[in-house]
Ligand binder design. Structure first.
Ligand code: GTP
Length: 727
């Protein structure tokens, strides 16, 4: 059953080569305090001197040591002809080399080390490469040793537990070593090899305490008592060995490794193992149990325990290997799906088509199946939001009268009239006010274009997901860049059109617009309110009543005439393009008919004029004017006209600006992107460069292939080799 260990080693090899570090296999983890003899124990098991030595902390990176027992060369006894002898000699040479123990590092795969001094040197060098100075690193060094003298096992040597960092070492070093050791021994499949020097108080051993912490019932811990030869005279380890002190399920094995003195005397490991055997056989306290002492017994015991653990975990390992094989095969399929189908040019066209389609789907709201669509506004709906929630709301909220005081309006009118005494609301006043307001619509209309542009840009840069495209970094970059260039080329014409639309509104104040309230309408509204005011203020005498009736009759007649004229004017080609003056003039004419109110106002106005003439100081500031009643009427009318006209333009812009943006920006992008991209990127000589696979994706795919390969191989070994073993 020792062959099970060979299986573990093989699987370990396969997984390590595929850089699979997370798959937990049974392993033996050597735990001990610094200088407790861990490395010496490992060297004894390997029967070779190959580990770095020195003072203080020597093992600074985990060493995963895979031991493979190799078959020894058997001497050829049969006599043979010279030619056959030559052939056999060659074979012998080959086998001799194979007989010699050799080591191989995973980081130097393929290089066999027959010189174990060089192995020691390489461990030191490789340790220093990652853990510079006296630092430690949890990145393991993997070394496999094949030797006829060893057993099939995998052992892990770890930095020794310590209380105090040495000079120049960071203060948290003991803590970090502790964590690293825990990381390795917490794998429930691993066997903890707890190395305790027999010449210290075992109860205070940090290694024992730690093993107990992780494996409280001591069910997977084997104790090794080193330095038995250094125990005080008259003391022995029998109580510990017989489980009377700190018992462990697998018990303890006492060993005597090479002392520093023996190392200096160049006593080999093999020799020291012989001396160890003699030590136990002759020692008063151990000779009766000498067969269960020493390195030879330890190797045998470890091998048995390791096999046992493998037997326990074999079904689980098999299951996991299959599961992982399936998982990685699935992953690999996703890469294979994205293999280039057909030739490169059709593949490029396919990617461009998919990209453009996703873009127009996002804009038109077709691609609604991904989760994200349930959480956020996407693509086209965001553009809709810009149009109807932001732009429309903003325009609607613009107050045509904002910032205009009555006095300012009067001042504006006065200045427009100049020195002339006029009964009309001047054109200029109305035009200035309308144009100033309309100009205010330019900036939000431009912002609307820019916001939609940014939205389209963001769809291109981050919202479009074409799985296969992520493999081709350069192509992806180019597609995005060309798409953005295209949107950029659409923005200015769109902005120009929007500007022209505003300019058009400013160019001509169309008082003939069907929705613009006719002067008649305004006049009748105003007259009604004035009449109410008069009724409230006056209680007329009989004569006045008669006069008023007469006036009213006269007024009604003239109103009829005026209405008739106005209606006729609508059909008059000359009057189809009226100036504001025209209708305000008509209005004033109409107002004159209201003899009472108008005459009174006129008197007030004349009074004011004469006062002004008498008084030579002309008011300069707005505050200095007092507003006359007739002026109030003018302002009221002016305001009504202004609100009315600006509202008409608002409705027009709310309708037109989104249409312009849709036509010149959004629809053009959605409709033309595919052609633009083909035109810009479909260049036969450059297609291969564009379709060079993204190195990161290629790396991932290779990693995936490697893992599938490794798990398939491991699965094969677990079914074939194990069925042979079990047979
Ligand atoms: N006399 C005697 N000396 C031993 C024994 N085991 C180890 N030593 C000596 O103790 C010292 C430390 O042994 P190592 O095997 O290097 O100890 P380690 O635990 O690997 O040390 P670090 O890797 O630094 O943690 C060396 O000088 C060994 O020769 C033993 O059983 N008897």
């Amino acid at each position: 059953m020792n062959n099970l260990n060979v299986v573990v080693n093989k699987i370990q090899d396969i997984l390590a080569q595929a850089k699979i570090t997370t798959f937990e296999l049974p392993q033996i983890v050597v735990v001990g305090e610094q200088s407790s003899g861990k490395s010496s124990v490992l060297e004894s098991i390997v029967k070779m001197d190959f580990l770095p030595r020195g003072n203080n902390i020597v093992t600074r990176r985990p060493l995963i040591l895979q031991l493979n027992k190799i078959q020894t060369y058997k001497k050829e006894k049969k006599k043979s002809s010279s030619s056959k002898r030559n052939e056999i000699n060659k074979e012998k040479e080959k086998e001799k080399t194979q007989d010699q123990p050799w080591g191989e590092f995973l980081h130097k795969k393929g290089k066999k080390y027959y010189n174990f001094e060089k192995i020691r040197q390489e461990i030191q060098d490789e340790t220093d490469r990652i853990a510079k100075g006296k630092e430690i690193s949890s990145k393991p060094i993997r070394l496999s040793i094949s030797s006829p003298d060893t057993v099939n096992l995998t052992l892990i040597d770890l930095p020794g537990l310590t209380n105090n960092p040495i000079l120049n070492q960071k203060k948290d070093l003991p803590e970090r070593i502790y964590k690293m050791v825990v990381q390795y021994i917490k794998n429930p499949k691993s066997l903890i090899l707890c190395v305790i020097p027999a010449n210290i108080d075992i109860a205070n051993s940090r290694a024992y305490k730690l093993a107990k912490e992780i494996d409280p019932r001591g069910e997977r811990t084997l104790g090794i008592l080193t330095k038995i030869d250094l125990m005080d005279e008259g003391t022995n380890a029998r109580d510990i060995l017989f489980g009377k002190v700190l018992p462990l399920k697998y018990g303890y094995v006492p060993v005597v490794n090479r002392s520093q003195k023996q190392i200096k005397k160049n006593i080999s490991v093999k020799e020291s193992i012989k001396l160890e055997k003699i030590f136990f056989q002759n020692h008063q306290s151990y000779k009766d149990i000498s067969k269960r002492c020493g390195t030879k017994y330890l190797s045998k015991r470890l091998s048995e325990l390791f096999t046992k653990r493998m037997e326990i975990f074999l079904p689980e390992i098999r299951k996991k290997v299959t599961l992982f094989r399936i998982k990685w095969e699935e992953e690999l399929k996703t890469f294979e799906q994205s293999k280039i189908e057909g030739n490169n040019s059709t593949f490029l066209m396919k990617l461009i088509f998919e990209f453009s389609k996703k873009n127009s789907d996002l804009i038109n709201g077709v691609d609604l199946f991904e989760d994200e669509h349930m959480k956020f506004l996407q693509g086209g709906s965001r553009i809709n939001y810009i149009f109807y929630e932001i732009f429309t709301n903003y325009i609607q909220k613009v107050d045509p009268l904002e910032g205009l005081t009555e006095k300012e309006l009067i001042l504006l009118m006065k200045n427009s009239k100049g020195p002339k005494k006029t009964l009309f609301i001047p054109d200029k006043t109305f035009e200035i006010l309308v144009k100033t307001k309309l100009e205010q619509f330019r900036a939000p209309s431009q912002s609307c274009v820019k916001s939609v542009f940014r939205e389209l840009e963001s769809i291109i840069i981050s919202k479009i997901k074409v799985d296969q495209l992520s493999r081709f970094k350069l192509l992806k970059e180019k597609i995005i860049q060309k798409s953005i260039n295209y949107i950029n080329s659409l923005v200015n014409p769109c902005l120009d059109f929007v500007n022209q639309t505003i300019d058009t509104e400013l160019a001509f104040i169309n008082l003939n617009h069907p929705d613009f309230k006719t002067p008649t309408h305004l006049v009748s509204r105003m007259t009604q309110s004035e009449q109410t005011d008069i009724q409230k203020q006056k209680v007329p005498n009989q004569q006045q009543k008669l006069q008023k009736k007469q006036n009213q009759r006269q007024k009604q007649q003239q109103q009829q005439q005026l209405k008739h004229r106005l209606n006729n004017n609508n059909h008059n080609s000359f009057l189809k393009s009226p100036s504001p003056n025209m209708f305000i003039g008509m209005l004033r004419e109409y107002e004159q008919l209201d003899s009472y109110s108008y005459n009174e106002l006129k008197m007030q106005q004349q009074q004011l004029q004469s006062t002004k003439r008498d008084n030579l100081s002309i008011p300069k500031n707005i505050q200095d004017f007092s507003i006359q009643e007739y002026e109030k009427q003018e302002i009221r009318m002016l305001k009504d006209l202004l609100i009315n006209y600006v509202d008409i333009v608002k409705i027009k812009l709310i309708d037109t600006i989104p249409k312009i943006i849709m036509h010149l920006l959004v629809n053009k992008l959605a409709g033309n992107l595919q052609n633009v991209l083909i035109q810009k990127l479909y260049k036969p000589k450059k297609i291969d460069i564009l379709l060079a696979e993204n190195p990161e994706i290629a790396r991932k795919r290779k990693n995936c292939e490697r893992k599938v390969h490794a798990y398939r191989k491991a699965e094969k070994i677990l079914s074939q080799d194990i069925s042979q073993i079990l047979d």
